[in-house]
Design a protein around this ligand. Sequence first.
Ligand code: ADP
Ligand code: MG
Length: 353
Amino acid sequence: MSIKSINKADVSKITSGQVIIDLKSIVKELVENAIDAECSKIELNFQNYGIDFISITDDGKGIPPEDFESVCLRSHTSKIVAFDDLNNLNTLGFRGEALNSICSISHRVKIKTCTEYPKNYELEYDNLGKLSKSQSKIGGGFSKKTGTSISIEKLFVNLPVRFKNFIKNSKREFHKAITFLTQYLLIYPEIKFSVFNEINGKKSLVLSGRGGAKTSVLDNMITVFGSNGAKGLIPISLSINEDIKLEGYISSYSFGLGRSVTDRQFLFVNKRPVNLKKLAKIINDVYKLFNHVQYPIFIVNIEINPSKLDVNLTPDKTFVMIHQESEVFEMIRTELSNFFEKQDNVIPKNKNR
Ligand code: ADP
Ligand code: MG
């Protein structure tokens, strides 16, 4: 066969399938957009575990009318204009791919948005991310505030194998998405989260966080893991070098958990949930020096100067590369060890054996 170009709609389907792999990735992209819009509230509604319908509503700054045409186009973003802007990145998104990918692999995408209450707009986008309908309205929907509501009908309907798989494993996929979402609830305690799922017309609350300036990471640990969820956690704040700070909570070494608790070990880089297995291992190894029989819970955010970080390794940005990573990790090992050495609740190192 000679070389021919693939038609636009199919290129879009092929590449979009890598950004939106599963329900978890769609939830991630939509929640990150709401956070980037500086919201204080996020409500997610699923119907039938997301098979029939997903919507997300935030009270962020909204999408201005001049962006309506481009908001769902591929590589269109309000967050960067050039590659070098990644050196000062302070948003979770920047690739301008998510909304376009969602359009390409779902039946219909609708957006309601408001930047100046009471005027708001209802928009519809086709599979290529082109604006297909736009209607302006006065009042309603946004409780006198700005905000955006995005709804998606029939996710994956255009990718037959994935669609069937999603339907077959919808409960498991839903659970995975909610578990992932929990990480944002923990690290953004000031945001009021509510998540509902509706099955056969019955709506139930799946996850919620109170939000507001007074809600802490520890409060949300209790919300998610129950009243013992935050027991024994102590604040940690380490300055690693002029570009890197580590902050959060970790189990005091006299109060770990008796089993491996990887489901309660959370690592973030600039409040982005990340997969940094090497660093997680270092934290566990240091903890082991002080408590030989238990494991720590931790929720740790590493604040790094964006110019010392590459978050562009995978479309979902959960793998990150840190400048001089090995050296940085060894510095963290030393600082963490010093931190535990200095704890008030020092117990003899052999007591727990
Ligand atoms: P990215 O987040 O990488 O910019 P997306 O496809 O996720 O790409 O979003 C495209 C653009 O749409 C964003 O840059 C932003 O300007 C706008 N946008 C998306 N969701 C929201 C939202 N909830 N509130 C305000 N603007 C949004
Ligand atoms: Mg985005």
